[in-house]
Design a protein around this ligand. Structure first.
Ligand SMILES: Nc1ncnc2c1ncn2[C@@H]1O[C@H](COP(=O)(O)OP(=O)(O)O)[C@@H](O)[C@H]1O
Ligand SMILES: [Mg+2]
Length: 333
């Protein structure tokens, strides 16, 4: 029996279009002999399925079904390919838990935890991973500029606690730029982090699970041609080089892959997850160490995205990758 799969794309964040792109790639590479794919766009108002004849049907969220030409469609699993809220932060996971539908991503708690950079940093630190010194601010808190800068030093990074794609982030170099940067971050999120700057090179590690075993992909080094990996560098051709496998030598590669595999298990992750670090350079007090930046529990999945290219580097096709993840989802439920 072919399984009915709800492929959820879109979402509420700036990453809507990127998600739609990822979704089309996933739909195009899934094994259509095994799965009936229903490509659904999630918006704040409605969840819409568009069939081949461009006929719209709205998902009935009371029982997570579709009615297509009078026939009710039930789903065997959901494939969430939504970057940011509500797909990466535990909201849809909670809904699907209640509907008793298996899904491809980390569970509700892990998704919420990893989407909250401050909480995730604290937990990663608890497992012995290096994390940048971080000052937490809520909108209601008094902003004590001198204390903050004493703690983090300059330059520092100011970022929204729960967001993505570098939106709302500023690298602050002078004390007088701190307040405007905090204001900018608060325009995106009611919680802001001010973080010690870690100089070095960015390294990222993709992992997924197959037959209960971790597949740790080769690392990628990201070299931004902007000062840091900002929105423009992330989404403009030619503004960043992504080198796979990262040319950092066996020992460091193994260390990073081991840290990532440990975090995948300790954070109780599921599905395709990407761990981001900065490998500190000689100008930092602790050089040649990996500093944890964040976890992406729904990383980009278009052909040009990092994880698909890491997989391609070791001969794993997109079809294989997505089929493995979906089978793991269904078999382990
Ligand atoms: N503490 C830091 N030190 C140095 N660079 C940082 C630091 N924090 C963030 N960055 C830079 O900002 C980028 C985005 O930060 P990140 O925390 O990953 O947020 P996002 O979820 O928006 O990707 C990173 O890829 C890196 O280039
Ligand atoms: Mg990031």
């Amino acid at each position: 029996m072919k399984k009915n799969i709800a492929l959820l794309t879109g979402g509420y964040s700036e990453e809507y279009e990127i998600s739609v792109k990822s979704g089309k790639v996933v739909a195009g590479h899934l094994d259509h002999d095994l799965f009936n794919i229903f490509l659904i766009r999630v918006t704040e108002k409605r969840w819409i399925y568009l069939d081949e004849e461009n006929q719209e049907s709205e998902v009935n969220l009371n029982d997570f079904t579709l009615s297509i030409r009078g026939e009710k469609v039930f789903f065997d699993a959901a494939l969430i390919v939504i970057h940011g809220t509500p797909g990466e932060d535990g909201k849809i996971q909670g809904y699907l838990d209640m509907m008793k539908i298996p899904y491809n991503t980390c569970g509700r708690v892990t998704s919420s935890l990893t989407f909250n950079k401050f909480f995730c940093n604290e937990v990663a630190g608890r497992f012995g991973v290096n994390t940048a010194k971080t000052w937490y601010l809520h909108e209601r808190d008094e902003i004590m500029v001198d204390e903050i800068l004493n703690f983090t030093g300059l330059p520092c990074f100011v970022k929204p606690n729960s967001n993505g794609s570098s939106v709302g982030i500023t690298k602050v170099k002078q004390a007088e730029d701190l307040l405007p940067a905090i204001e900018k971050s608060f325009s995106v999120d009611s919680e802001t982090l001010i973080q010690q700057f870690i100089p070095g090179t960015e390294i990222t590690c993709g992992i997924y699970e197959k037959d209960g075993k971790l597949v740790v992909l080769p690392l990628t080094q990201i070299i931004s041609h902007k000062e840091w990996f900002d929105y423009e560098a992330k989404y403009t051709e030619g503004l960043a080089d992504e080198i796979t496998p990262a040319p950092i030598g066996e020992t460091l590669s193994k260390e990073c892959r081991d840290i990532s595999a440990m975090l995948y298990r300790k954070l109780n992750c599921r599905g395709i997850v990407r761990f981001d670090y900065i490998l500190a350079d000689a100008s930092f007090e602790e050089k040649n160490r990996f500093w944890f930046l964040e976890v992406n529990t729904i990383p980009g999945l278009s052909e040009a995205s990092i994880v698909p290219r890491q997989a391609a580097n070791v001969g794993i096709s997109l079809k294989q990758l997505f089929t493995d993840v979906l089978n793991e989802t269904i078999n382990n439920y």
